[in-house]
Each structure stands twice: as C-alpha cells, then as structure tokens.
Design a protein around this ligand. Structure first.
Ligand SMILES: NC(=O)c1ccc[n+]([C@@H]2O[C@H](COP(=O)([O-])OP(=O)(O)OC[C@H]3O[C@@H](n4cnc5c(N)ncnc54)[C@H](OP(=O)(O)O)[C@@H]3O)[C@@H](O)[C@H]2O)c1
Length: 430
C-alpha cells in the first residue's frame, strides 16, 4: 500500500472531533477504499487542556492553526474552525499558498471568499474540497458537480437549515408560536444561544450561494442572495397554509430565468404532498432539476458530528486517491457571468394575511387596491364574523410580480381597518 495521507485538523469542536473519531473507527475500510491509510498527524484548537473525548496522542499540537500549513508532516489540512474571516481565512490562504490541498466545512468562508480561494487552489494545482459545507451528511456537492455534470440545471431548491426546519415543524405539529419553540430548541441544543445566523436565513444563504455557483457555473456571490428568515412566520399562518394544502418551509432557491439567476432564501409555501414538504424536523433536503436527469431529490442529516465528519472524510478519500475536480465544477476562467435577477422581478403566487376590523367595505377596499396593481385572486379564507373586532383574512393570488404585490401591500397596510403589518409568503410550485 502507498504511504499514508497525513492530515492536519484545525478545530476540534463538533466536526473536528467527529472527523478524528471517524478516521480512527473506520480506518481499515477507509484505507482500503482510498488505497492508502489516512492518518491525523497534527491538530490545533484554542484550548490545549480541554478533554475532547478522543485520543490525540501521537498528534503534534499547533498553538497557532496557521502553522499547520507549513508542518512537513502534514500533506492536507482540514479547516474546521468556522467563520468567514480571522483564523479560518488566514489558515485557508496559508494552506493553498503552501500548495497543499484544503478540506473545509466552512460555508461562510466559501460563500464570501470562495472565488479567490478557488483561484488560489487552481494556481497551486491542489484540491479545495468542501462537501461538508452544504447539508452535512448529504453528498450534494458531489451530486451536482460530478453526478449531474452533463446536465443543464434549471433549478436547485432546498431545505438547508435544520434548526429552522425543526422550529417550523414543531410550530406546525404543536400549534405553538415561534419564540416559544425557539426557546425549547435552544434548551435541547438544536439552536445556538445566538440563533440569528440560522433563523435569519444567513446560514442557508451561505449554502445556497455555494449550490448556485455549482449548479449554474458562475462565481459564488453571497451578496446576490435575497435573504429573509423565519422570525415573522406565525402559528396562525402555518395553520392557514395547512388548510389551503400547503406547508411553510424555509427554502433556498436558485433558479435560471430569462431575467437572470434568481437567488433567494425565504419562508415559502409548498404543496403539502410535494417532496420538500415531506421533510420534517432537523432533516435537510435538496431538489435539483436537470434537463436530462429530470428531478433528483436528496435528503438526510444536514448537521451533527457524524454526518458532517462523513462528508469531510469523503473529501479526504478523494484527495488520497489523487482525484482533483475543479472547485466550482469548471475552471475559474470558464465560469459564466450570467446576471442575477433582483427580487423585485420575481414572479409567482402569494399568500397574504391581513388582520382587519370586521366592518362593511374592508374587503372591497382591499380587492380594489389589488385590482389597481393588476393582482388577481385565486382564493380567499375568512372564518366566522366578529363585527367590530379584529379578524384574519387570507388571500391567495394568481401569479403576479413582486413589484406589483409590494405596491399593493404598501397601500393595503395604510388602510385604517388593517390593524397590523400584513403577512406575505411566496408560494413555490413544488
Ligand atoms: N456542527 C455542525 O453540525 C456543522 C455542520 C456543517 C458544517 N459545519 C461547519 O464546520 C465548522 C466547525 O463547526 P463546529 O460545529 O465543529 O464548531 P465548534 O464546535 O464551535 O468548534 C470550533 C473549533 O474551532 C476551534 N477554534 C476556534 N477558534 C480558533 C482559533 N482561532 N484557532 C484555532 N482553533 C480555533 C475551537 O477550539 P476550542 O475547542 O479550543 O474552543 C473548536 O475546537 C464551521 O465552519 C461550521 O459552519 C458544522
């Protein structure tokens, strides 16, 4: 057998420890598949004294993670620190400058600096591998970049954040409100103490930016993603969605349109019996549409030590085998400069919920405004009557433009009978 691939692991948290453990526990089968052993020779984290529950004996300790890049006993570095700047970025840059392959689970780093890092990897002639950065244990990078490489993709849509999917699932099943379920999710360890990256959609947007670069062969562009999180999703809207035959999911959607590539992360209503609607709890899923393959659907665990380590180790096995695929599926110089479609140009159906004072003429005022903006209605829901009191009215529109619905909502919200800011949720076909 060939000489072992010597790995330096930076970051010994959830994923770092999971990776060390997986490489140890499955060492025999990994060596057989890779054609050589894969051995961790050096590690780095902040606290040397911490008990991490794995045996680190025989591994060199680096006080500064960046020095892993120059360690002569390290052939490949795995960056599992996190964050788009600071130590993770400095390490990634140093590893590629040292002409060593880099494996990372860091979606923030890739979404923000992926173009420059890919160019550096290309110039150095080394791999930059990131299967673990999107959807944890689901091999979606390999599926898009290799399995579907012969297809023109028209759409990639996914449930890319397990925390949000868990919260929305519990809200629906237990008819509870967002803040209540979030507090429970934090207590159970499904949500961070500072959950904003997850619930405000940033984490999903990092992943979508990466998927879109791969799917459409364009430079990764996090700033081009329209992002909305789930803070404003209410239990009331989830129950109205059920009644109308929909589920509310936080989706990341990248779609090729005549007006450019649409990149968006936001709560969306999907038909109750569609593939994405069936994905509940902490699970992630990705649906891709190829012109020859048709619809491909992947589902699995998007986070956690085991699933994420599984993806990191798959990349290490590829590197041990000598496989090297262009970072974004095509050489940097071959990426397209297709335009991004602004959210204002989005066309689709909308769910609109208003809280109104139940009095004569309100509905006529609302429908007149919608008519003025060219928005036509598919259906309407109102339960019972409470004259003089606040009642919800739900309207579902036919396809219309975001600009038209936004204009109409501005005027509807200003009506004196409309009591709070209207809830608006985009409806996705599938
Ligand atoms: N957790 C998941 O399920 C998951 C899934 C997919 C992708 N990811 C990505 O994987 C990466 C790691 O996530 P994680 O959940 O494993 O994070 P984590 O549990 O917070 O671990 C981070 C590790 O990095 C170390 N670290 C922090 N700053 C450092 C520095 N300046 N120098 C050296 N080491 C430093 C920490 O050291 P100490 O332990 O000494 O504090 C810790 O061991 C992130 O990019 C994350 O987005 C995570």
């Amino acid at each position: 057998m060939n000489s072992a691939l010597r790995v330096g692991v930076a970051g010994l948290g959830t994923v770092g420890v999971g990776t060390v453990k997986l490489l140890h526990d499955n060492a025999g089968l990994i060596a057989a598949r890779a054609g050589r052993a894969i051995t961790v020779t050096a590690v780095s984290a902040r606290d040397r004294a911490a008990d991490r529950g794995v045996d680190l004996s025989g591994m060199a300790w680096h006080e500064d993670a960046v020095t892993l890049a120059g360690d002569p006993n390290v052939d490949v570095v795995v960056e599992l620190i996190g964050g788009s700047e600071g130590k993770a970025r400095a390490l990634a840059t140093a590893v590629l400058a040292a002409k060593k392959p880099l494996v990372t689970a860091n979606k923030a780093l890739l979404a923000v600096h992926g173009t420059g890092l890919a160019e550096a990897a290309e110039a150095a002639g080394v791999a930059l591998a990131y299967e673990a950065a999107v959807a944890g244990g689901i091999p979606v990078i390999k599926a898009l970049r290799e399995g579907l490489a012969g297809n023109r993709l028209s759409r990639v849509a996914g449930i890319l954040n397990g925390t949000c999917n868990y919260i929305l699932t519990v809200m629906r099943e237990e008819k509870r409100d967002f803040h209540d379920v979030l507090a429970d999710a934090q207590a159970l360890g499904y949500a961070e103490a500072d959950p904003s990256f997850d619930i405000d959609g940033i984490d999903a947007a990092h992943k979508l930016a990466i998927l879109a670069a791969l799917a459409f062969g364009r430079p990764v562009d996090f700033a081009a993603v329209h992002v909305e999180g789930i803070r404003r999703v209410s239990a009331l809207d989830i129950s109205f969605a059920e009644e109308l035959g929909y589920r509310i999911k936080l989706l990341g959607i990248a779609r090729e349109t005549d007006a450019g590539v649409s990149l968006r992360v936001h709560p969306a209503m999907v038909p109750k019996f569609s593939l994405l609607a069936s994905v509940d709890g902490v699970y992630n899923a990705i649906l891709a549409e190829g012109d020859f393959a048709g619809t491909v659907f992947l589902q699995g665990r998007g986070a956690g030590a085991g699933p994420t380590a599984s993806a990191v180790v798959a990349d290490l096995i590829d590197i041990a085998r000598g496989s090297q695929i262009p970072v974004w599926g095509a050489a940097s110089g071959a990426l397209s400069n297709s335009a991004t479609m602004p959210i204002a140009a989005h066309v689709g159906a909308y769910f609109l919920r208003l809280m109104v004072v139940d009095q004569p003429g309100v509905l006529a005022d609302v429908t007149a405004i919608l008519r003025d903006h060219g928005v036509s209605l598919e259906s309407m829901l109102q339960h019972g009557r409470k004259p003089g009191e606040a009642v919800p009215i739900v309207l579902v529109t036919h396809e219309t433009s975001e600009a038209a619905i936004a204009g109409a909502i501005g005027r509807i919200a200003a009506l004196t009978a409309v009591l709070e800011s209207p809830a608006l949720i985009r409806i996705e076909p599938n």
